[in-house]
Ligand binder design. Structure first.
Ligand SMILES: NC(=O)c1ccc[n+]([C@@H]2O[C@H](COP(=O)([O-])OP(=O)(O)OC[C@H]3O[C@@H](n4cnc5c(N)ncnc54)[C@H](O)[C@@H]3O)[C@@H](O)[C@H]2O)c1
Length: 403
């Protein structure tokens, strides 16, 4: 086992901050030694107010050696890196991953791995000469929920699984419309942003690839409108009466200790972008299973995310929020209900993801969330988006047939 593991990061934002905290708490032999991020001064400023314990939790025991670099090339030319984590904004994942893969580094790559078909194609091509392992940041597939369901499906306990019902009610969905995620050029929309996780779980549990899709969504039915571009809640005359304002949220819903950000961009602005308010898709899989998946970004107060896998002999259903897995056999009385402790909105999957990444660096394991799964999921989300736009069934092209 390696005594020390040196990690590099490209894009140290919110997500990577959390990922690295899981990693550094689990693996005291690992430290972040290099970061590439244009927010360097902001990160330094924040870190200056933190205790040494906190810095160690964020970056590992060698946090005092952490250096910032202006490019991946400069970082790799200066410090020895055993593995690289990529947590930049969505539109940059493919290019940075391809560069990192050319150095044959193990990578931890945020989802969605690509946001256009051209990117999917390039990443797939680069994957063919990549000799290392990548971990795609799909925590849901690592959760006990997905693991149990996969076990029941792959052991044939459920018989032949013909049907899947999956759903995601994103009660914090308005956040996507009031911040940088509303920039369609940056994110590619909410199929890629959200469905990429849930569709990965369905394929993972079924052990099969999607082959045909019929999708629908709405745009500008809930969010979007005629409010002036750039309007923020703090200067809006409707601050106290708008149901989407932080004032309303605080008074009528949360009443938390912390007043929400009042400077968020208006979700009814003319500049809200083309994100989908909600979407639904039917998917046919190569093994004959048929799935329906719906996602919704305007439900409030009742979060829900989960799935039912319905076989000829029984059904398994789970929901990350109720934190329950239920296996109902159809021809006996032995229904099993499992309550999962210490779950979170990612189903407790993040620590398993980062542990898998360290095992790969040590040469002890293969990826449990491999690059091809990330590419397949992005490809499928793009087909769902196109199917909804064109209102027709579409085949999901095999990766080697793209281009
Ligand atoms: N897997 C998950 O469950 C999950 C959860 C949340 C977010 N995410 C994904 O993580 C990614 C980051 O999201 P976030 O909320 O942390 O955003 P963020 O804006 O907080 O972080 C992005 C960081 O990347 C930096 N950056 C941008 N371009 C860069 C470049 N070319 N080189 C180096 N650094 C660059 C930014 O300065 C910023 O610090 C997104 O793609 C998002 O979809 C995944």
């Amino acid at each position: 086992m390696k005594n020390k593991i040196q990690l590099g990061v490209v894009g140290y934002g919110e997500r990577m901050h959390h990922v690295l905290r899981y990693l550094c708490k689990l693996h005291h032999e690992a430290s972040v030694v290099g970061i590439v991020d244009p927010r360097e001064s902001e990160i330094h400023e924040r870190d200056a107010s933190l205790t040494e314990t906190r810095l160690q939790e964020n970056y590992g025991p060698d946090f005092k050696n952490l250096q910032f670099f202006s490019s991946l090339k400069e970082m790799l030319g200066t410090v020895q890196i055993d593995g690289l984590l990529i947590g930049t904004n969505c539109n940059t994942h493919t290019d940075i991953a391809i560069e990192a893969m050319s150095y044959q580094l193990p990578i931890f790559l945020e989802k969605p791995v690509s946001i256009t078909t051209e990117q999917v194609q390039r990443l797939y091509e680069a994957s063919l000469s990549y000799q290392q392992e990548a971990v795609i940041s799909f925590p849901l597939r690592m959760s006990l929920f997905a693991q149990k369901a996969r076990e029941l499906v792959s052991s044939n306990t459920l018989g032949r699984v013909l049907q899947v019902e999956a759903y995601n009610h994103v009660t914090y969905g308005s956040n996507y419309f009031s911040g940088h995620y509303r920039d369609f050029e940056e994110t590619g929309g909410l199929w890629l942003q959200k469905a990429t996780h849930d569709l990965d779980v369905i394929s993972y549990v079924l052990g099969s690839r999607a082959k045909r899709v019929a999708a629908m969504h709405t745009v500008h039915e809930v969010y979007g409108g005629n409010e002036p571009a750039g309007l923020t809640c703090d200067i809006c005359p409707k601050f106290e009466t708008c149901e989407q304002s932080p004032f309303w949220d605080y008074l009528h819903r949360s009443g938390d200790d912390v007043m929400p950000n009042t400077k968020k961009l208006c979700v009814f602005g003319s500049d809200v972008g083309n994100l989908e308010d909600q979407g639904a898709t039917l998917i046919q899989y190569e093994n004959g299973a048929q799935a329906s998946y719906t996602q919704n970004f305007y439900v409030r107060n009742k979060p829900a995310r989960g799935a039912r896998f319905i076989g000829t002999q029984g059904m398994v259903e789970f929901d990350y929020y109720t934190a329950k897995i239920v296996h109902t056999p159809f021809h006996s009385r032995d229904r099993v209900e499992i309550k999962v402790e210490h779950s979170d909105s990612h189903g407790g999957g993040d620590p398993y993801l980062v542990h898998n990444f360290i095992q790969i660096i040590r040469g002890e394991a293969k990826s449990k969330s491999p690059l091809l799964a990330g590419i397949e999921s992005a490809n499928l989300c793009l087909v769902c988006r196109t199917s909804a736009e064109q209102q027709r069934f579409l085949e999901v092209p095999p990766l080697d047939a793209l281009g």
